[in-house]
Design a protein around this ligand. Structure first.
Ligand SMILES: Cc1ncc(C[n+]2csc(CCOP(=O)(O)OP(=O)(O)O)c2C)c(N)n1
Length: 641
């Protein structure tokens, strides 16, 4: 920390004077080390204000500098898996001057974004893609006859994703020149899990083993060849020696040459290892050991807490606590613990998001019934299918955006067989500053078309609780989608107060019906309040269920008001409004004006949730504007009165 403060208030900054990334090539290691500290200071300062992924970025400062020293981006291609650790890369590739806009509306993205810079060769945000992308780039390079190097940087957490293994497997088969950097900090968001993680722990115990391996191979090659039999015999010895003394054999067997482990904070060692790797042919895996949160004590001490933050106090590392009602996530987690304490068949599954998905308490209270499967959403869902088939009641808690990964597993391994799996889709709707890779605005479209699934969206945290209680008593697949952030401070009721498929009419008015979903219900109520001031009286319906829709209630109001407006925190294509349109068309209702409010057919940028809602007309003013614009004439109301 002291070091950070010194840099922050020091006089001259190297960062401002260098021409980056070019100058990195000729900078001495001493100077690179000073630069690394300046970058750490900038990261801490910016993320303390804007929020973002602090600990992952502090851990890769030296690795990023070494990569840009050895390779020549954008000619050489560097792909950042997940991309949450690409801030240093952004700072040294032309985005220093507007780094203060990180993650803000119209500012620098918190993830690699090709539209932002040619140095961001591929957009990432969801994990475990970098080796597949790298292989694609490398193969295209070979086919086109280019010579650039391709480097995929993947964390040990992201390596738990099945796709990473699929890519390793095929890279070994193609034998293409591809460098994979395994950034091993022993952490996913929380400590990493699984057999692979144990394997990496064993590798970590053998510093600089790649030297030993090379020496060993040279030694074996020096043994004179005496006839065919001896040669074959030596080959066998060589193989068994390999198993005995060459760590990294898993990667070797997959067709990679294993380099490492390398100290990821030693610029000299790192640069040498990367240089060696760049000169080798075929697939190479460089195992780099880093410390998550490196250089900022609060983050080093608690890297999980500082994985992603929304701001903090630099001098103390204090993360501001937002007073007020519990979050949806907390209410979900508490209710699940309560239900599980009465029903031993309840099991909970997360894909590396124990804390984020609200399952911490569950994992401590019921360790035998809790499964953190790593970043493996597809596997999580199919495993839930197996658990359900054998009589358990699995609750799969995965953010809306990451469940996209498991579409076929939901369809084929759960719904096709009508298995009672509960999908808890946290962070549904726009999520704010993480932006387009993370907004959960597609789940209704990708779930609604699956036969046999029930889909619910609570208007507040109490309804979330009630929906979970309802879902546990159902014997079929259920999805509950709920937003990021705090609830509304509603008292929690003990039992469900509504039945499956039942909407709630919150107010009645003859000019327009606002059919709203989830957190949009409260906003629609506020819009209705505004509208009464200009003499427009609205019916507000909390629809609660997207599948099945409350047909009776919707059709009743469709026959009584001249205008229906659907409001959803989701894309319009195939979402809730589309479901209402289908219902109205099938019921033969023609004489009705319908407007759908939701997100348009494009990827939604970063910004706070409030900014995005305002930008896309999904706040009370937006609804008010649409209604007044289209209805005043129709309703015969004079707004000037
Ligand atoms: C498909 C998918 N699931 C979950 C996440 C959420 N997530 C972001 S970073 C992360 C941990 C990644 O760990 P690792 O690759 O080791 O990187 P580190 O943060 O430790 O540097 C997770 C689970 C994601 N981005 N993508």
């Amino acid at each position: 920390m002291r070091q950070f403060l010194k840099q922050e208030w020091g006089n001259k900054k190297m960062l401002d004077d260098l021409k980056l990334p070019e100058d990195l090539k000729n900078l001495s290691y001493n100077k690179l080390e000073i630069l690394a500290e300046e970058i750490r200071a900038l990261l801490i300062k910016t993320i303390s204000k804007n929020g973002g992924h602090l600990a992952p970025n502090l851990g890769v400062v030296e690795l990023t500098l070494a990569l840009h020293k050895v390779f020549t981006s954008p000619y050489d291609k560097i792909i950042w898996d997940v991309g949450h650790q690409s801030y240093v890369h952004k700072i040294v590739t032309g985005r220093l001057s507007n780094f203060s806009t990180l993650r803000q509306l119209g500012g620098i993205s918190g993830f690699p974004k090709p539209e932002e810079s040619p140095h961001d060769i591929f957009a990432t945000g969801h994990s475990s893609t970098s080796i597949s992308v790298g292989l694609g780039l490398a193969k295209a390079r070979d086919l086109i006859g280019e010579k650039y190097k391709v480097v995929s940087v993947i964390g040990d957490g992201s390596l738990t994703g099945g796709m990473a293994f699929e890519a390793l497997n095929y890279t070994g088969h193609l034998k293409t020149n591809l460098i994979v950097i395994l950034n091993d900090n022993e952490m996913s968001i929380a400590p990493n899990v699984g057999a692979l993680s144990n394997y990496l722990s064993r590798l970590r115990m053998n510093p600089m083993v790649y030297k030993l391996k090379e020496e060993l191979q040279q030694l074996i090659q020096k043994i004179p060849k005496v006839g065919e039999t001896t040669f074959r015999y030596l080959d066998k010895i060589k193989d068994s020696l390999k198993y005995l003394v060459i760590p990294g054999i898993l990667f070797e067997e997959l067709g990679f040459t294993y380099f490492g482990p390398v100290d990821g904070h030693n610029l000299r060692q790192l640069s040498q290892a990367l240089l060696d790797a760049s000169e080798h042919k075929g697939p190479i895996l460089v195992h780099v050991l880093t410390k998550k949160g490196k250089g900022y004590k609060p983050a080093e001490d608690d890297p999980s807490k500082f994985h992603g933050v929304s701001g903090f106090e630099i001098s103390t590392g204090y993360l501001p606590f937002k007073p007020g009602p519990p979050t949806y996530t907390e209410v979900f987690g508490k209710t699940l613990v309560e239900v599980a304490s009465h029903d031993e068949r309840i099991v909970a599954i997360t894909a590396a998001m124990t804390e984020g998905a609200g399952l911490k308490e569950f994992s401590q209270r019921f360790p035998n019934r809790f499964f953190d499967v790593g970043i493996a959403e597809g596997h999580a869902v199919t495993m839930a299918g197996g658990l359900a088939r054998a009589g358990m009641k699995p609750v799969v808690a995965i953010y809306s955006t990451f469940l996209q990964r498991a579409f076929d597993q939901i369809l084929h391994d759960v719904c096709l067989q009508g298995l009672p799996v509960i999908f808890a889709l946290d962070r549904a709707g726009v999520v704010g500053e993480d932006g387009p890779t993370h907004h959960g605005v597609f789940d209704l479209s990708y779930l609604r078309m699956i036969p046999g699934i029930t889909i619910m969206a609570p208007k507040d945290e109490n309804e979330l609780r009630q929906m979970l209680l309802l879902a546990v008593d159902m014997d079929k697949p259920v999805a509950i989608r709920y937003p990021r952030g705090q609830g509304r401070g509603i008292k929690l009721s003990l039992q469900p107060t509504f039945r499956l498929g039942e909407a709630e009419v919150l107010r009645e008015g003859e000019h327009v019906a606002l059919l709203a979903l989830g957190p949009m219900v409260h906003i629609a109520e506020k819009a209705a309040e505004l509208l009464t001031q200009v003499g427009i009286y609205s019916t507000v319906i909390n629809c609660r269920f997207i599948k099945p829709l409350d047909q009776q209630t919707i059709l009743y109001w469709a026959r009584r008001v001249p205008h229906i407006i659907t409001v959803e925190d989701h894309v319009l294509t195939g979402g809730f409004g589309s479901a209402v349109l289908e219902l109205l068309a099938e019921a033969g209702i023609r004489k009705l004006q319908i407007s759908r409010l939701g997100y348009p057919d494009r990827f939604i940028e970063s910004g706070t949730i409030q900014e995005l809602q305002a930008l896309y007309g999904l706040n009370e003013e937006g609804i008010y504007q649409v209604v007044t614009g289209r209805l005043l004439t129709l309703a015969g109301v004079d707004a000037r009165k």
